[in-house]
Design a protein around this ligand. Structure first.
Ligand SMILES: Cc1ncc(COP(=O)(O)O)c(C=O)c1O
Length: 353
């Protein structure tokens, strides 16, 4: 595999002179900031919010660097990993010309983002055991294939992809391989972040929306070579992570212990809930999960979904998704929420003739 990043970058991005913000051009100590057309009087909230945030989010990256065990220069932050996904398309894929490969059933934004960017989507569906079909994947690659999207643990199937399969793709594909690890904190498998030194074509995505419980703040992370991170930084909007998010995330990153406790509790509840569902008469299969949700194959999935809605309980109906026929995706809730769900399922069975 010969990897040439220069060949992968879109020509317009290679030539791009990025926007240089007022705060980019000044890096010393100053008392008076009259450079960015902010409101110098303050704001209705606190004075702090009248100022633009750090465009490079240095403080957060320093903390993440310690938590993740990787130098800050290998970290890019997006407004959710959804922004990272979009920026990766915009950086590498020429609209109307290049293509990407996804392995459905998988996270829907890869395809949506591809369409927004007018990038062809080629599909190598997962095998029946929800692992990669490496032969099919290889056959789809041509000279315009820039990206392969792998999601591990995968949404909505919940399983981690075989490590050796991911390595096989990394070793044999000369474009960018994105490994989306949104759910990695709930998995037994270890992250690919530590493999970045071995694979110049690897981008690992993670997020604070899942295990960290900060979906509302919108903070996604991309880990990659310095060269790839530089490209993403060139393309991103200057102030993509707002001040409130930066402040709150900095605080939250002090609480690794609390997050680990939540992960343990969620994983225990996941296994307990899986057992309860396995004992239900019309459940065909509860798939093993390395995430904070369960995929459950159950007769009359759509009807159950609608019945639960009448009880105010919302699941994700995946019954129309290929390979997930008759499946519901169930996020692990609080103890109380899980009990409400199980009780409502008993009501469903009781109401049946
Ligand atoms: C696999 C996967 N990747 C990325 C995301 C998006 O995460 P974020 O909230 O960081 O945009 C999700 C959200 O459900 C997801 O399931």
């Amino acid at each position: 595999m010969s990897f040439d990043l220069e060949k992968l970058i879109r020509p317009n991005i290679k030539k791009l002179t990025p926007y240089s913000s007022a705060r980019d051009e000044f890096s010393g100590e100053a008392k008076v900031f009259l450079d960015a057309n902010e409101n110098s009087l303050g704001s209705p909230l606190t004075k702090w919010y009248n100022r633009y945030p750090d465009p490079h989010q240095r403080a957060i990256k320093e903390k993440l660097s310690v938590i993740k065990g990787i130098a800050a220069e290998h970290i890019f932050l997006g407004n959710g990993s959804d922004e990272c996904i979009d920026l990766i398309f915009r950086s590498f894929c020429e609209p109307g010309k290049d293509n990407c490969i996804i392995c459905p059933p998988t996270y829907g934004m890869y395809e949506v983002s591809a369409h927004i960017n007018d990038v062809e989507v080629r599909k190598a569906p997962l095998l029946d055991d929800f692992q990669l079909d490496l032969v099919h994947l290889e056959n789809l690659v041509d000279e315009h294939t820039k990206l392969i999207w792998l999601c591990s643990p995968n949404n909505p199937t919940g399983n981690a992809l075989n490590r050796t399969d991911i390595e096989m793709v990394l070793n044999n594909f000369s474009g960018i391989v994105v490994v989306d690890e949104a759910y990695i904190n709930f998995a037994k498998q270890k992250s690919f972040i530590q493999e970045l030194a071995d694979y110049p074509n690897l981008v690992v995505l993670q997020t604070l929306s899942k295990a960290w419980g900060l979906a509302g703040l919108r903070l996604g992370m991309a880990f990659a070579s310095v060269a790839v991170i530089d490209i993403l930084n060139k393309v991103k909007p200057p102030y993509n992570i707002n001040q409130a998010t930066q402040e709150l995330v900095l605080k939250a990153l002090e609480e690794v212990g609390q997050v680990n406790d939540m992960i343990r509790i969620l994983v225990d509840m996941r296994e307990a809930l899986a057992e309860v569902f396995r004992s239900m008469p019309t459940v065909e299969k509860v798939y093993p999960s390395d995430a904070n949700f369960l995929l459950v194959k159950i007769a009359e999935a759509r009807k159950i979904y609608e019945f639960l809605l009448t009880k105010g309980i919302v699941l994700r109906d995946r019954s129309n998704v290929q390979l997930c026929e008759d499946c519901l995706r169930i996020t692990i809730g609080t103890e109380k929420e899980n009990t409400l769900l199980v009780d409502a399922m008993q009501d469903w069975y009781a109401a049946k003739p």
